[in-house]
Design a protein around this ligand. Structure first.
Ligand SMILES: Cc1cc2nc3c(=O)[nH]c(=O)nc-3n(C[C@H](O)[C@H](O)[C@H](O)COP(=O)(O)O)c2cc1C
Length: 305
């Protein structure tokens, strides 16, 4: 009998749907599944209101996570595998997920194999690297990482994702743009990962720490987004520090700076995209190798699939 703990947090239901499909084939007599939905002590409304949406930005970037209610699983329990499903908020793992990983309850990861499942619009590189560090800090053994992103071209999701987060609606935007969130087919196809685990249960007890999702297309990295994300990360940090200087989450004193940040973002994103394209075009021979090796890092722990 293998014991698998599934830890997740879901706001609109995207992550919940994804992890349910992911674990479909784990419902077998040989596996005992334990589900843990993270409950943060801070409230994050869904649908979001515009101000609250931007007001979580500084804490996401600065790593100022909320406290977490005690989990339901027994804290002395030992598991063979932890599946951690999370979403990206402002290029970082969402605040409730950060809160869990920084809490005393994260000792459940210690010396235990961990598989991560990331669900987001399409900018996950920084969050994924932050997550790898957090798992290492709690001495988890990160063996696999799966990433799925929202349907449609990135420019369309730039409209459909915020629209659905702010309205709670997911249907086709104006009947023209694709529906918000992850495509049903892609959600359903996640069951192939659980199936691979169910067929390789012995891999959970071996000491090799090898990935088990080789060849399943767990992570696809689009090189075009590497530079925009790196620039985004550089721009976000000073903004997050300045906003935090003006006050805590929810405080009126930082309202003006959060509003300025939100307006700045609307202009900054297209500028960053154009700048990235120019950098990539002009300096291609110089940066090609560096980008290629960073892509390999992003694909790890699985590597080339
Ligand atoms: C405050 C906030 C910030 C977000 N920032 C990002 C981001 O930086 N990159 C990205 O790809 N998606 C981002 N998203 C989109 C979410 O990752 C995406 O909607 C995900 O599907 C949410 O899953 P859930 O609704 O189950 O929690 C953000 C969403 C929220 C609410």
């Amino acid at each position: 009998m293998k014991r698998v703990l599934i830890i997740y947090y879901s706001h609109s239901g995207d992550v919940a749907r994804a992890v349910k499909s992911f674990t479909k084939y784990l419902n077998t007599p040989e596996i005992e599944l334990t589900w843990e939905c993270i409950k943060p002590k801070s409230h994050y409304p869904y649908p979001w209101n515009l101000y609250k949406f931007f007001d979580v930005f500084p804490e996401c970037v600065n790593g100022e996570y909320p406290e977490i209610y005690p989990p339901e699983f027994n804290q002395d329990d030992k598991f063979d595998l932890v599946i951690l499903a999370y979403q990206v908020w402002f290029l970082a793992p969402s605040l409730p997920i950060q809160g869990f990983l920084k809490s005393e309850y994260a000792k459940v990861f210690q010396d235990t194999k961990v598989i991560t499942l990331v669900v987001c619009r399409n900018m996950w590189h920084s969050a994924s690297e932050t997550m790898k560090k957090m798992i290492t800090e709690v001495r988890g053994i990160h063996i696999d990482n799966v990433v799925i992103t929202h349907q449609g071209p990135p420019l369309a999701t730039f409209v459909t994702t915020p629209w659905s987060l702010l309205t709670g609606k997911k249907h086709r935007f104006l009947g023209v743009l694709p529906a918000a969130g992850v495509k049903d087919e892609e959600i359903n196809a996640l069951s192939r990962f659980g199936e691979r685990i169910a067929n390789n249960l012995t891999a959970l007890s071996d000491c090799s720490h090898q990935p088990i999702f080789n060849g399943l297309g767990a992570v696809e990295v689009n090189q075009r987004y590497v530079i925009p994300e790196l620039i985004g990360r550089v721009i976000y940090r000073p903004w997050a520090k300045i906003a935090r200087f003006f006050g805590q989450q929810g405080s009126w004193s930082r309202l003006p700076i959060i509003c300025i940040f939100a307006v700045h973002l609307v202009f900054a994103i297209p500028i960053v995209l154009i700048l990235s394209a120019v950098i990539q075009f002009l300096f291609a021979p110089l940066i090609h190798k560096k980008i290629a090796s960073y892509v390999e890092v992003l694909k790890s722990p699985i590597g080339v699939s």
